[in-house]
Design a protein around this ligand. Structure first.
Ligand SMILES: Nc1ncnc2c1ncn2[C@@H]1O[C@H](COP(=O)(O)OP(=O)(O)OP(=O)(O)O)[C@@H](O)[C@H]1O
Length: 246
């Protein structure tokens, strides 16, 4: 469903994402794990057609994310790391706007918006301006926007970063529900317990390089580490940092 072929990004002389080769299968929840500055957001922005790759390609459902971004957006729901809304639109109006941008009629957009506001516990805030929403509410509104057109793929950049435990659990439950409906999910995070709860498979990216891929058990075995994902993650990223670079 998602196919990376030598995708890379160079800023000046700095390799932010080194040639990335990876396949994410249909229906999979794939965790893209890495510390700050590893290259997660840069990779996701290339998937969304926001950044131009320096080399290589990424395809979603057979479509090239760089040359066919509009078609890709029809199939994909995207939650940016910091969702930004028009501050002086109300929650309801934002969903209405996003739905109409996806081509739904005014009536259908209103119906879809109302359904998602209810599903995401935002009914009571529907008439409030987004500028007054808490971070947790903004992430939920962002997810509602991402889901409004029934996408087959969700691409989420740090969806629970900065949320309190209740808001974080809430978002994770909604993601599990989407996964249960068969949505393919590509989620970046540096929060390892979320990866343990949600992901079928993970990839660990460090200094722009994918240093391990597999199920958590496979990665533990490969790293010859037992214990928590945190232990495995620290071991793998320490080893990658110690390896000489060309
Ligand atoms: N426009 C830019 N120009 C130069 N360097 C950049 C630019 N954008 C990002 N970088 C660098 O590229 C690297 C990867 O950044 P990126 O934002 O993709 O990391 P990340 O894994 O998403 O980290 P975080 O969790 O901190 O957001 C970082 O070292 C960052 O400083």
């Amino acid at each position: 469903m998602i196919e990376f072929q030598g995708l890379s990004k160079v800023y000046g002389g700095f390799d932010a994402v080194k040639p990335l080769n990876l396949t994410v299968k249909r229906g999979e929840v794939f965790g893209f794990l890495g510390p700050n500055g590893a290259g997660k957001t840069t990779t996701i922005r290339m998937m969304m057609g926001i950044l131009v790759p320096s080399a290589g390609q990424v395809h979603i459902d057979g479509l090239d994310c760089h040359t066919e971004p509009a078609e890709v957006k029809r199939r994909v729901g995207y939650l940016p790391d910091t969702p930004i809304f028009y501050d002086y639109l109300r929650g309801r109006e934002i969903l209405q706007f996003v739905a109409e941008m996806h081509g739904y009629s005014r009536t259908e957009a209103a119906e879809r918006g109302a359904r998602l506001l209810a599903e995401f516990g935002l009914q009571e805030a529907a008439e409030d301006y987004a500028v007054n929403y808490s971070l947790g509410m903004k992430k939920r509104l962002g997810l509602a926007c991402a889901l409004i057109h029934d996408p087959v793929v969700l691409i989420l950049d740090e969806p629970i970063n900065g949320l309190d435990p209740r808001a974080s659990r809430d978002v994770q439950e909604r993601l599990l529900a989407a996964a249960a409906r068969g949505v393919t999910i590509f989620v970046s995070t540096h929060l390892l317990d979320m990866a343990e709860k949600l992901c079928d498979r993970v990839g660990i990216i460090h200094h722009g390089q994918l240093v391990a891929t597999g199920t958590l058990d496979e990665i533990r075995a490969e790293a010859s580490a037992s214990g928590s994902l945190e232990d495995v993650f620290l071991k793998i990223t320490d080893e990658a940092a110690a390896e000489p670079t060309e």
